[in-house]
Design a binder for this molecule. Structure first.
Ligand code: SAJ
Length: 431
């Protein structure tokens, strides 16, 4: 078991390929994007955001030749194990999985995989996908029988932006194996790079574990948002409520905010829902998604409410949108709540300026890096992401820069009372 292939070189595939190469395997990274392959060949990281240690590790394994990359999937024919780490997004409108990339990877691998190969899928899957889609497709294309001519496991990734390497090394992992032999091979591989626990189970259980762990978080956040809306209606500070609730043992009330973005939390609840066979009985999952998807629109309602208190029209007023990234102190725009916020502000006829220290551009909007420029003469400053830069803002200085003193706070960046004492009209989620 010396030669590995990793199909799909993104947030999951790149650190995985580097870790196995660093553990002494000959790793072949495969991706359809030639540009990405060329970048990696130059030992450059084709990922946004800051990933401690990953660039240095990539340079090391590319230099030693332990990691080679190619766009030619046929080169996986000699691999002893093939890891599939392609994206499994949603078809947003229908809330069903979009398995285009997964099917393409499986059809390619199926054509070339050798007898005795171990196939491991790390992509997040709706329950039943391994048994009902992946294994049958691999058997059909390769004309090989799982458990006899090849082995299969689903080991869902547990990566987090900003902690890619750390998580691969330290996170506990679930290995959903087709049979005992598949489990043994997968365990022996992961033991070489994972210090966390390796828990073996069946494929469907592993699919459910991964989608449930993120659905759990989505529901937790949705309840925090609902508590936030209750507190707003009663003029109570939800963050104070949260602090006091969490002093009670076994409570972990999450944080109300402008919405839920990212590449996994908004998606995985729908994968779990899709894979179940009793959808009509499932109420909490869709309701939680509806609440979290509503929050960006609620934030814009707060803008409208503040402007009407000021007796100012939103149309042709200038708004500074602070934060494009879905996550504070990160530069990742995937499913960011800022996107619906900007669309709604546009519908109100507002002149929009966007600031984000970590993202350079967004569509045909100019994204400012300099806070000074983005708030100058603005009629409203709306905080959608809690980047650390915003917490340091001097409210006196800000008041002299803007034209109309309106602050809309989607992430509890400021205290309502402090802002109002300084003469701002303040609206905040959960306050
Ligand atoms: N958010 C809230 N309130 C909260 C927590 C998060 O509104 O209390 C929002 C964030 O602003 C963001 C979104 O939810 O827009 C997602 O935030 P996240 O902290 O869950 O960050 P992610 O999307 O990177 O989630 C990843 C997930 N990791 C994996 O899928 C392996 C998630 O399971 C982890 O729990 C999470 O990182 C983490 O704990 O950092």
């Amino acid at each position: 078991m010396e030669r590995l292939a990793v199909v799909g070189l993104g947030y999951v595939g790149i650190p995985l390929a580097c870790k196995f190469a660093d553990a002494g395997f000959d790793v072949l990274g495969i991706d359809i994007a030639l540009g990405k392959v060329k970048k990696i060949r130059r030992a450059e990281l084709p990922l946004t955001g800051n990933e401690p240690g990953l660039r240095e590790l990539l340079q090391k394994v590319v230099r030693t030749g332990k990691l080679k990359v190619t766009t030619q999937i046929s080169k996986c024919k000699d691999s002893d194990a093939i890891f599939i780490c392609v994206e499994t997004p949603l078809q947003l409108k229908q809330k069903v999985p979009n398995y285009t990339a997964l099917r393409a990877a499986l059809e390619d691998v199926g054509k070339y995989m050798r007898y005795g190969v171990m196939i491991i899928v790390e992509s997040t899957l709706a329950p039943r996908t391994s048994n009902e889609i992946i294994i049958p497709l691999l058997e059909k294309i390769s004309r090989k029988k799982v458990g006899k001519d090849f082995y299969f496991a689903h080991c869902p990734e547990r990566v987090m932006s900003g902690k890619l390497l750390e998580n691969i090394e330290n996170c506990n992992r679930v290995i959903g194996a087709y049979d005992k032999k598949s489990a043994k091979i997968a365990l022996n591989l992961y033991k070489k790079i994972v210090k966390g626990n390796l828990d073996v189970t069946d494929c469907t259980t592993a699919e459910i574990v991964k989608t449930v762990e993120n659905t759990y978080r989505d529901i937790q956040i949705a309840f925090a948002n609902e508590v936030g809306l209750i507190c707003e209606s009663l003029g109570v500070n939800a963050y104070k409520v949260r602090e006091l609730v969490n002093k009670c043992p076994y409570r972990d009330l999450h944080i109300p905010g402008a919405g839920v973005g990212g590449h996994c939390i908004p998606k995985d609840p729908w994968l779990l829902y899709y894979g179940s066979k009793n959808k009509k009985n499932l109420k909490i999952i869709p309701s939680a998604r509806a609440i979290n998807d509503f929050m960006p629109y609620h934030l814009v309602n707060l803008v409208k409410n503040a402007f009407s208190e000021r007796g100012l029209a939103t149309k042709n007023s200038t708004v500074a949108v602070m934060g494009l990234s879905y996550l504070e102190n990160a530069g990742d725009i995937r499913n960011s709540p800022a996107i619906p916020v900007i669309n709604e502000l546009h519908k109100l006829g507002m002149k929009i300026r966007i600031h984000d220290p970590y993202i350079k551009n967004y569509g045909n909007y100019k994204v400012f890096e300099n806070i000074n420029k983005v708030v100058e003469n603005a009629d409203c400053v709306i905080f959608v992401t809690a980047h650390r830069e915003y917490k340091k803002l001097n409210l006196e200085w800000l008041k002299n820069k803007i034209r109309t003193p309106i602050i809309i706070d989607g992430r509890n960046v400021f205290e309502k009372e402090v802002c109002e004492k300084k003469g701002y009209i303040y609206r905040g989620i959960g306050k």
